[in-house]
Design a protein around this ligand. Sequence first.
Ligand code: NAP
Ligand code: ZN
Ligand code: ZN
Length: 349
Amino acid sequence: MIKAQGYAAQNAQSGLAPFTFDRRDPGDHDVVIKILYCGVCHSDIHQVRGEWGNSTFPMVPGHEIVGRVTGTGKGVTKFRQGDLVGVGCFVDSCRECGSCKEGVEQFCEGGMVLTYNGVERDGKTPTFGGYASTIVTDENYVLRVPEGLDPAAAAPLLCAGITTYSPLRHWKVSAGQRVGVVGLGGLGHMGVKFAASFGAEVTVISTSARKEADARRLGANHFLVSSDPSALAKQAGSFDFILDTVSATHDVNALLGLLRRDGTIVLVGAPEKPLPIGAFGLVMGRKTLAGSLIGGIKETQEMLDYCGEKGITSDVEVIPMQQVNEAYDRTVKGDVRYRFVIDMKSLSV
Ligand code: NAP
Ligand code: ZN
Ligand code: ZN
């Protein structure tokens, strides 16, 4: 076994504190990764605080992992010692179902193995995530991170990046389209960067008027404050596509009103409580309300390579592990520009 140091929650009220645990010795196809950085996703907060009702403890969160390979099993062909690599939201899947064969392992019919708060394919060993010194992962679920990217700023690409890139690609967002991004947080700011890089005309729809200058700097052409009904009314029926990244209860019906006929709104945000939807907002104008979950390994690699070519990364605030509980509170308040990333060096000081 390999000793790992990390931070874990012991229950939904405890917050995170130091925790020592074991990683498996590398099997034939495993890669041993020294973790350099791990992003703080709002999903970590939902799960650490038990908001999705499926939390198991102790929980070592973290699924925006970037690190260097320090060892490989004897059958590993894709990676070598020293490579800069990433691990995202899942670390295994059945590899046999239609979804796995089509490269959308996030929809594995047998259930993907989540990077944390999950169980390995043996059905019993709990998985622990990236708020830790090291991780051991099957090479088929490890991503190559372009060396040209700042590794701290690249970490959020492993979840916030792919979660926004995938629906924009799936719904073929392209030049000339009017795209709205709702919520300028970790996911939202990546959605703005990608949609702008695909040539779309981007509007950020935010609760916070104070984020306007940032939205424009990140690539948005327009900015709407969601609490201003007259500003929304002026834009009614004008959007082709809306990416909704909001982490809390909010009014989706008002957003449906912004879509043109046949327009689509995709939820990627996963609030704790159900969202009320009025039928008329959908039937009038034949609108589509859809959802999307992260992305498969193949598309995640495509997204990382695209980011390498275009120089796209997250805007990050790098913190020591010791500040993670405070970072959670600040994220919930919308007080982060635009993703906290934990520097794993802080574990050994
Ligand atoms: P985040 O950084 O906290 O950003 C969420 C943004 O939502 C905030 O910055 C804020 O933007 C807006 N917001 C927050 N509370 C709101 C409210 N009451 N009403 C309206 N807007 C509000 O979170 P994140 O890491 O981007 O994650 C966002 C959500 O996506 C979370 O629920 C997370 O679990 C989920 N998620 C889903 C997937 C997936 O695969 N589908 C993957 C990762 C995360 P403004 O200040 O601009 O209003
Ligand atoms: Zn995430
Ligand atoms: Zn499968």
